[in-house]
Design a binder for this molecule. Structure first.
Ligand code: HEM
Length: 408
């Protein structure tokens, strides 16, 4: 097993300025399980094959989420402060107890349909406001419309409040990128987190007073009122859903615009009706792999192929590497818009598989649908500014020009 000192996988700059895909491809081929060390003593194992990543997701008994799912989440193996109380950092059985009311209230069929309609309306309004010749930064003009629609429905707030919440979650996740956080990243992380918690706390209070439980926050507030959930659990999971929903799909949308620009022939298969929109959506999710990895802590010895990982080790599951595994995907490094039998693993697997996956998939599908029926399109003007993060792939700036749609 390869050991890498001063690994680039720690480095946000590496992900912004170099080619992490090539690095992970090389790791998958040469040392599918590897150990990454930093001079200050932090170390983690990296899984890069589809099979190992999927197996690790499914093994939630030996691989715990309670110690933080991001590198550096906890420097030494100690439980995350929200451990056992927030979905993403809870193990069973606490995780299952929290997931049930969140899923029931936020991710049922009616809610998902309502989110689809709201997101569709927001995207249409945004695109219809653009004229041929306009130059815009796609990341700030159109991309935020996707999560805004989700927040409007799940949190029962208006577009202005949704936009404010979106800004705070952006700072929280992108805090290592000076574009979002300014000069003092850790201060801005703490401030942003507090702002979101205050916002959600106010909403819970309001819903408890009115008794309106028609949206997710209202339902969680009613669980608090009935004594079925503590207020901090309602708060932390409102935060988890807001962050999960806000800091993913806008990046996927921006990366998708860049992909369309780079692969006009593939995209023309969608505009001509030759390629199915559901298949295209899956391929955009595989190709963009917005959430690069998640982390676990091994509670017991675990094995992947010939590699053995000792107890109390951090293990990282590289979604982006799994999504380009040649054992699972034919021509993995090519963007094939009508790829059949796409088993992309961008949303993870097992009990923690993204609760928002149906929502995110619908958002991206609605977005692609709006683009294909638009009488204009975006032409990328200059290389985008990539987000400085090893956890999320995305852009902080994508300058585009609005041009008439090219006929397919
Ligand atoms: C392209 C978009 C998205 C991607 C790539 C993505 C990716 C992921 C991944 C890989 C996980 C598993 C984490 C783990 O196993 O530790 C996850 C969990 C989660 N996601 Fe997403 N996500 C997306 C969109 C969303 C949306 C739209 C929402 C909410 C509206 C959301 C909310 C969550 C939540 C609450 C969890 C925790 C689930 C649990 O631990 O049970 N995500 N997401």
């Amino acid at each position: 097993m390869r050991t890498v000192d001063d690994s680039p996988l720690y480095s946000a700059d590496f992900f912004a300025d170099q080619d992490p895909w090539a690095y992970l491809n090389e790791l998958r081929t040469e040392s599918p399980v590897s150990l990454h060390r930093r001079a200050d003593g932090y170390e983690f194992y990296a899984l890069t094959t589809y099979e190992d990543v999927r197996d690790a997701y499914i093994d939630h008994v030996n691989l715990s989420s309670s110690y933080g799912t991001m590198i550096d989440g906890s420097f030494i193996p100690q439980e995350d402060t929200a451990s056992g109380r927030m979905l993403i950092v809870a193990d069973e059985p606490a995780h299952g107890r929290i997931k049930k009311p969140v899923k029931q209230s936020g991710f049922n069929r009616g809610m998902i349909e309502s989110i689809g309609r709201t997101v569709s309306r927001n995207i249409a309004t945004s695109l219809n406001g653009l004229s041929v010749g306009d130059h815009i930064d796609f990341t700030t003009h159109v991309a935020p419309e996707l999560p805004k629609g989700v927040l409007e429905v799940l949190f029962g707030v208006g577009p202005a409040d949704a936009a404010e919440l979106l800004q705070a979650t952006r700072t929280m996740i992108g805090y290592r990128d000076a574009n979002y956080s300014g000069a003092a990243p850790l201060d801005s992380l703490v401030d942003a987190q507090q702002e979101i918690l205050d916002f959600i706390d106010d909403l819970i209070g309001q819903r408890q007073r009115t008794g309106d439980d028609s949206d997710m926050i209202g339902f969680l507030a009613s669980c608090v009122s009935r004594g079925e959930m503590t207020r901090d659990v309602a708060l932390l999971n409102g935060l988890n859903v807001a962050v999960g929903g806000n800091e993913t799909t806008p990046h996927t949308a921006s990366l998708s615009i860049h992909t369309i620009d780079a692969h006009p022939d593939e995209w023309s298969k969608v505009t001509s009706g030759e390629a199915d929109l559901d298949l295209a959506t899956e391929e955009f999710l595989r190709w963009t792999s917005t959430n690069t990895y998640v982390q676990r802590l091994s509670l017991n010895e675990v094995s992947f192929g010939e590699a053995t990982i000792p107890p109390r080790s951090f293990v990282t599951l590289w979604n982006m590497a799994a999504n380009r595994d040649p054992d699972v995907f034919d021509r993995p490094d090519e963007f094939v818009i009508d790829r059949p039998h796409n088993r992309q693993i961008a949303f993870g697997a097992g009990v923690h598989r993204c609760i928002g996956a149906p929502v995110a998939t619908l958002e991206i599908k609605m977005f692609l649908d709006a683009l294909r029926s638009w009488d204009k399109e975006f032409a990328v003007l200059e290389p985008p500014r990539r987000l400085r993060s090893n956890f999320m792939l995305g852009f902080t700036e994508l300058q585009v020009e609005v041009i008439p749609a090219r006929k397919s």
